[in-house]
Every structure is written in C-alpha cells, then in structure tokens.
Design a protein around this ligand. Structure first.
Ligand code: NOJ
Length: 870
C-alpha cells in the first residue's frame, strides 16, 4: 500500500520534472535581464497590440529585431485553432470536453490542441473558457465547462497543463462573471464577495494555482459597477496578489476604454491594440505612446510598465518560447483526430433509454434516420449558420471545418456492417420524417439549437438564445415521428438544455452537445454500443423557469459607458444543482446524469480527514464501484461535500462537488476507488478574514454517487479542525478515520504488513484493507482479535447507524444505502450506552460536561472527543 503511494509520488515528481521547462523564479530572472535594456518605446510595443486584428493572428505583438524578439501571436480558441483553413482539428466544444468527466483525457485534449497551436507558431491560445453556466440560454455556455466551479476548475487546469506542456501559453478567459451576451460590454455583474470568490473566480483559482496559467483574459463586463479591465480589486488584489499569479493579464478585444484605469488596475496587454474594430484604428490606441505621456505626467508609473512587460516575457520564458519558437504560419498542418474522436465519443450523454431500446443491434432490420441535423455541418464564417448538423456554436470560439463526419453517413456505414438497412429523411419536414419512420424498427430523430456571441445574430438570436425550444421545428418533427414509431430515439445537438415536450413519447434521448468534426462517428459509435456511453451532464437539465437565473434582453447600450445593464447574481452561492437542492426541486435530469448500457453499484464508503497538527488539510474517501451489468463500461463516481452546519458558514449549499474520477470496469468487475479533497476544497471564503478557511466544529457529510441526484453513499465526519483530535504525534498529514463505516476490517491480514502490536493503536489512515497505524516507523494494520461486527464474516458491512430493521440468530440487521449491514451490538453496562463506540469515538466515562451537541452529545476526555450516553 505505502510502497505504491511512494512510487506514485516519485512518478509524479519525475513527470513534472520532465515537463516543467523552468520554474517561474528562473523565468523571472531571465525576463528581468531581457527587460533591463529595453527602451520605454520598446516596452510599450510589448504591452500594446498592433495591427488591431488586421494582421495574421487575432492578436499580435510587434517583433523587435534588435532584441531578436519575434513578437507574439495570439489566436482563438477554445475549439481548436481559429482561422486554420482546414489544417487542424475541428475540436469538440468546451461543454463537451467537460461532459467526458475524464481528467486524463482533458489533459490530452490540452496537450494535442497545444501541439496544433505550437505548430503554427501561436504563442498564446485564447482558451480555456471557464465562465459558469447560470442560465442555459446564455450564448457562450458551449465554450465553457458547465455550472459547477470545481468541475470547471478541473477542466481548465487539465487543459491548461496539457497546452502549456506543449509549449503554448493559455489565456484563461473570461475573467470574470462574463455570463450573458446582451450588453456584455455595458453591463455589470453584481454579487457579494463570497459568491464572486467561491463560484466565479474559483475555476480561475485552480487554473492559476495548479495549472500555472501563463495568461488570463480580463472580460468585457463590469463586476460590482467597475469594468473588469479597470477593476483593481479583481485584477490585482484577487488575481495577482491573492493567487500569486505570475503570468500576464490581456484585455478582451477592445474591452479597454481608457489608459489610466486599465493600466493601473493591472491589465498587462491591450488587445488587439486599437480603440475600436477596424483598419482605421491601427496605431490608434488608448495605450501605445499615450503610456509615455502618462508616465511623464505621473498618471501611470514606469514601474507598472516594467511589471507588465516582465509578466509577458516571463510567461514566454516559462513556456520556453524565447528560443526556437516556430514562425507564425496558421496553415501549418497539425491534426489530432484520434484524441478528438475519443473526446467527442465520451461526451455523448445518454439521458434516457427505456426498455433498453439502445444499443442498436441486428434485432433491428431497418433504421430510419431523420432530420437535417443528421446532415453534414454547414460551414460559414464563425459558424453562424444552422443548415445541417450543429457541431459548434457561433462566434470567435469556432474553428474552420475539416474532416467533418455527419451522423447520417456514419450510421449508414456502421449499420451496413450488421446488414441493417438505413433509410433517411434528411430534412426537417415532419411529414417526410413520419413517412420514413412508419415502417422502420427504430427511428432516430436528429434535432438542434445553437447560440453564440452577441456580435452575430442568428435567426434573431443575438448570441443568447431567445428561448430553449429546438430550432427548425424540431418539436414537431419528433412529435410526428413518435406518433408512428414506438421506438423513437432523439439525438440533440445543442449548447445546453432544450425543452423536451416529447420526453414521455420517445424511448431514448441522447444529448450530443456540440461534438466537433467527429460528430457523426461519435454518435454512431454510441448508438451501436461500440462505445458504451459514458458522458455526464455538466449542468442541470430543468425547465427554464426553474433555474436560479435567466438571461434578459436589454436594449443595446454604448460599450464601456457609464450606463450599464445590471445583472444581479441574487442566487449567490446557489447556482446549478445547489439551487435545486435549496429549493427541493427535482430537475428533469440532475447535474452529472448520464446512463450507460451497463449498471453500476457503489458500496462500502469510508472516509477520513487528513490533518497536519491541528489543521484539517484534506479528506479521503474510499469506496467500491462494481459493474453489475453484462458489458464493459465506465462510471464516474462523484464526491459531494456537505459543510458543517455552524454559524460562521451562514446559509450554505447542501452539497458541493469536490472530487470525481472516471473508472472503467469490465462486466462483473469491482474496483476500490479513493477520491481526495484538498484543503481548499474543504474551505469556504470568509469575507471577514478575506480568505478561504476551514470552518471549525460541526461535521462534514461526504456523499458519493453517480450524479447530484443519485448519491447512495453517505458518511459524516466530525470536523476536528483546530483540535488535536485525529492529529498524529509527529504532526504528519494523516488523520483519523471517524467516518469509517467499520465494514472492511475482517481481522485477517493478507496485506503483507504486520498487525499492529499495540492493541490500542491509533488509526492514521484507512483504506480497503482496514485501519492502519504506524509503529516504529512502519505501517501496520490494526487487526482486531475478532471481527468488529458479526456481519463482516457473513460478507456484510457494519452499519453506521443503529436502526434495527430485522433480527435473526446472527444478530441485529440494518439497511443502509440499499445494503444490509450488521449492527455492532456491544452493550456497555457501565454507562448504559447502547453502543460502545460510534464512528470510532469512545463513550465518555463521565456524563457531566457536554462540550458540543449535534445528533449526539459530545464531551472531551483526556483531549479526546467522546460520546455521552444518557
Ligand atoms: C472576443 C471574445 O470574447 C474572446 O473570447 C476572443 O478570444 C476575442 N474576441 C478574440 O477573438
């Protein structure tokens, strides 16, 4: 056990050593030396974009031949390299990447996307995009990673690590709270500080602190009345100082409306340089030579200029771009179809599959494929067209199309291998669709909706969707097909939630999202079961009016002006599933939902806090996942955390996603899974202390399951923050196991480790083998002389609670999380306690002093928590 941990740690060290080119400190030294002989004009050239988006890349920084400096090329992002004319992959969108819930794959996506940017000499990829989905109608939700800050942060971090390991600087965007397209350049997102930090800044926190993002893009909107590009609190205090961000802040395109405000707030690079769009504004910037004048008049400092330049050059050194970086050539060939195909396939979400109508097999002789969305995607500028399969939204986050596969052709190809006939009605005509479906064994209807950026209006939708209905008569199409075919399957290509008036009239629904070029192959692979569906919703699917928030459609205001539309984030922390939990409303499909062609069961949850001295520094949860069906598949266990219900926390969400993993299992296979939460994950933002803190007192509740709506496993952990309890003598970082469900320790030690000699050995760590301690510097397994609970020898865990459901000759039985468990009935005559211990705590010897009360009364004896008995 421990040896594996050590090897793993060593492995990580080796990997990061190989990949980390140089440290920030070294990069800083090199940058200082580079900057030291730059003239003021040369420095200004490095911070001010030139060509105003009329050059080769969407953003350019001028070369400097004296310094042998090639300048910079910045390019969108995030669905691959924009304007690549078919030389690179047309990737799946961000929301589809998130739907894979596959951390290794997310890294690979970043790595391979990074390789494509790198091959073209692009220094900065304008990706990943990490705004939070508050309202599904928001135009750019498809570029982002959904509604959850933790998931968004993990996606952002993994993609960032991958891209930067390929030598490309990311620009994590759009920092921050740029969540509605209408008046994005004349609106203010207003919220309390805790909401800002825990929900909207959070994805950037992970991406900056763990992912070491080299750049962050400051968004168009204002936060609490001050445009982000002028918001010193948001840029300098929170990002640069609070997160120790070492990279540079680039403005979103033409978001800068002045010099002093933006420069002094902390923006380091003005993109694309001009005051407004177009050739007329090349060399007409709020920055540029105005910086010199402002330094002369004392309005900005030369130190700020030096800092901005150094940040840019430092990131370039860090990502090894100051040596032999490729020359800019947007047509350089670099494709990664395989990684993209895997991601597109893993992002298909099976929402419903009644009567196991899917997968398609030989039992069906004739399949009808219906709908224009099954046709090849239509290619046009910034994908502002919808006459075909929807594989991306519209706007700057798009990529030229290449290697596009369409659902109809892919299904036909695949079906021919099984000798299945496919008929098509590749139009949105309800009559034609019904005719094709009538005598088919199965009818698959492809329907669609799209959205994008506000500078483009598509079918009267100015970026944000006007409503959540399917476009092009999708509902009528499904209705007429379902009326004639009892095996109707609906495939939806859309940015996020759409209305499902047909939900009860169709057998299966797949949310395909916006899967990029491999759209056709991905859906065929899932429909035929070549890939067992493993995508999960990165957002809650509900009726529009049930979400916490919605977009509004104000009239247009001048960009960057004093007059702003106010978007109040009244929901506070309660965004996405947190809102539904608070309201007790059941959505149509919960966050994390996604079916498979097999079934999975989760059992045997145990959990413990990790401590360093009196500090709680983490949490571990171990449980078993089993494939109980008949085919191989992948499941995504998710850990949600309920925080201590103590007054300092205020009104806090019932649970919050804090960890997940994707586990592949053969039919009948079981695996032990451990998920970990770090100290930040156990913390909340304390507005008085202005930092994240672990609360004191109460208990954490650990929930594990397959989605926010399916959490069969639960344990509670006494929160020992600030106390010695659970701390090891040497202050190392292992904690107690007060959340262990006592179900795993069967007294037989086949771990290869000795049983502990001390019969009262202190639990340091818990895993599937049982409870571990350290003796004489070696790990030992705490082996009870006899099973702690009669049920263990019968193959059942010990109950955590004590509700007797049934009694037989073996003992008292309870039922927990759908599983029988034995009640460890060890009466304690001296105290009258029904149970000697609960969750590993002893019974108090005296009954006089109650220190704390939750569902039990607690005392402290000899520095240890104990449970009082009446
Ligand atoms: C504006 C968009 O908001 C941003 O995401 C993009 O990177 C820039 N335009 C450049 O195209």
């Amino acid at each position: 056990m421990k040896i594996q941990n050590i090897l793993f740690a060593l492995g990580c060290g080796l990997v990061s050593q190989t990949l980390a080119v140089i440290s920030w400190e070294e990069a800083d030294k090199k940058a200082s030396s580079f900057v030291s002989d730059l003239s003021e004009a040369e420095k200004i050239d490095i911070v001010t974009g030139y060509m105003n988006m009329q050059g080769t890349c969407v953003g350019n920084i001028k070369p400097n031949s004296r310094k042998n400096f090639k300048g910079l090329c910045l390019q969108d992002g995030p669905a691959g390299v924009r304007f690549n004319e078919g030389t690179s992959t047309t990737w799946q969108t961000g929301i589809n990447s998130a739907a894979t819930f596959n951390k290794d794959l997310l890294y690979k996506i970043g790595k391979d996307q990074g390789a494509e940017f790198y091959a073209k000499g692009i220094n900065v990829a304008l990706a990943p995009s990490m705004n939070i989905l508050r309202a599904p109608a928001s135009g750019r939700v498809w570029e982002n990673f959904g509604e959850d800050p933790y998931l968004s942060g993990v996606c952002g971090t993994q993609i960032t690590k991958g891209m930067q390991d390929s030598g490309v600087i990311v620009s994590a965007k759009h920092y921050v709270a740029n969540d509605i397209e209408h008046n994005r350049e004349a609106s203010t997102s207003n919220m309390d500080e805790q909401t800002l930090m825990e929900i909207h800044v959070e994805p950037f926190y992970r991406t900056v602190t763990e992912g070491e993002a080299g750049s962050v893009m400051a968004s168009y909107n204002a936060v609490n009345g001050v445009y982000v590009v002028q918001n010193k609190k948001v840029l300098t205090e929170i990002l640069k100082e609070g997160m120790n961000f070492q990279g540079f802040i680039v403005s979103d395109w033409w978001a800068i409306h002045d010099l002093e405000g933006s420069f002094n707030a902390g923006v380091d690079m003005n993109m694309p340089g001009g005051k407004a769009w177009g050739p007329n504004y090349i060399n007409d910037s709020f920055w540029g030579s105005n910086i010199s004048n402002a330094i002369r008049s004392g309005k900005v400092s030369s130190a700020r200029l030096d800092d901005a330049v150094k940040r840019i050059i430092r990131s370039m050194y860090k990502m090894n771009q100051m040596g032999n970086f490729p020359n800019v050539n947007l047509r350089a060939q670099s494709m990664h179809t395989e990684t993209h195909r895997q991601a597109a396939t893993e992002s298909q979400i099976l929402l419903k599959n009644d009567d196991n109508v899917l997968p398609l097999t030989k039992k069906y002789r004739k399949i009808a494929v219906i709908g224009k969305d099954a046709d090849k995607a239509e290619s046009c500028t910034d994908t502002a067209c919808t006459n075909g399969n929807i594989i991306q939204g519209f706007g700057s986050g798009t990529t030229d199309f290449t290697g596009i596969t369409d659902p109809y052709s892919s299904i036909k190809n695949r079906a021919s291998k099984e000798g299945i006939t496919v008929v098509g009605s590749i139009s949105d005509s309800a009559n034609e669709g019904a005719n094709a479906a009538r005598d088919a064994d199965v009818a698959i209807v492809f329907v669609r909706a799209t959205s994008g950026e506000e500078y483009i209006v598509v079918d009267n939708n100015k970026g944000d969707r006007n409503n959540l209905d399917l476009w092009h008569g999708g509902n009528d199409l499904v209705k007429s097909v379902a009326a004639v075919n009892k095996n109707t399957i609906v495939v939806i290509h859309a940015p996020a939630t759409v209305n499902l008036p047909f939900i009860n009239n169709v057998k299966a629904i797949i949310h395909a999202g916006m899967p990029g070029a491999e759209s056709g192959n991905a859906i065929a692979s899932v429909l035929f079961g070549d890939h067992n569906p493993s995508g999960h919703l990165p957002f809650t699917w509900a009726k529009r009016e049930e979400y916490c928030c919605d977009v509004s459609y104000p009239g247009e205001l001048p960009h960057g002006g004093d007059s702003k539309t106010t978007y109040d984030y009244k929901e506070g922390l309660f965004v996405g599933y947190r809102w539904f939990d608070k309201k007790g409303t059941k959505p149509i499909y919960p966050f994390g939902h996604g079916l498979s062609y097999t079934t999975f069961e989760y059992s045997n949850l145990s959990s413990s806090l990790v401590k360093s001295g009196t500090e709680v520094t983490g949490l571990k949860a171990t449980f078993t996942v089993s494939n109980t069906g008949s085919v191989e598949g992948a499941t995504v266990p998710m850990l949600f955390l309920g925080f201590p219900n103590v007054s300092e926390m205020g009104d806090y969400p019932v649970r919050n996603l804090k960890a997940f993993d994707k586990i592949n299992l053969k039919a009948g296979e079981s695996k032990t899974v451990t998920l970990e939460v770090d100290q930040h994950g156990l913390s909340y933002y304390n507005t008085n202390k202005k930092k994240f803190v672990v609360p004191t007192g109460g208990e954490y509740t650990v929930y594990v399951g397959k989605s926010a709506g399916d959490l069969p496993l639960k344990v509670t952990l006494k929160n020992t923050q600030g106390s010695n309890e659970g701390s090891s003598a040497g202050g190392n970082n292992n904690g107690d196991n007060n959340g262990n469900n006592n179900g795993n320790n069967n007294g037989s030690n086949n771990t290869g480790y000795d049983c502990c000699a001390d019969s009262n050995a202190r639990v340091q760590y818990t895993d599937e083998s049982g409870n571990w301690s350290i003796e004489n510097g070696n790990w030992c397994l705490i082996c009870p002389e006899k099973p702690q609970c009669f049920s263990i020898s019968l193959g059942y865990p010990c109950c955590q609670g004590n509700t007797v459901v049934y009694t037989d000759k073996d003992g008292k039985w309870g039922l927990e999380n759908g599983q029988w468990c034995g009640i460890a009935d060890i009466p304690s005559p001296s105290t009258g306690c029904p149970y000697q211990t609960k969750n590993g705590y002893p019974v108090c010897k005296t009954t006089t002093t109650v220190v704390y009360t939750d569902s039990d009364k607690w005392g402290v004896e000899n520095g240890e928590w104990c449970i009082m008995c009446n």
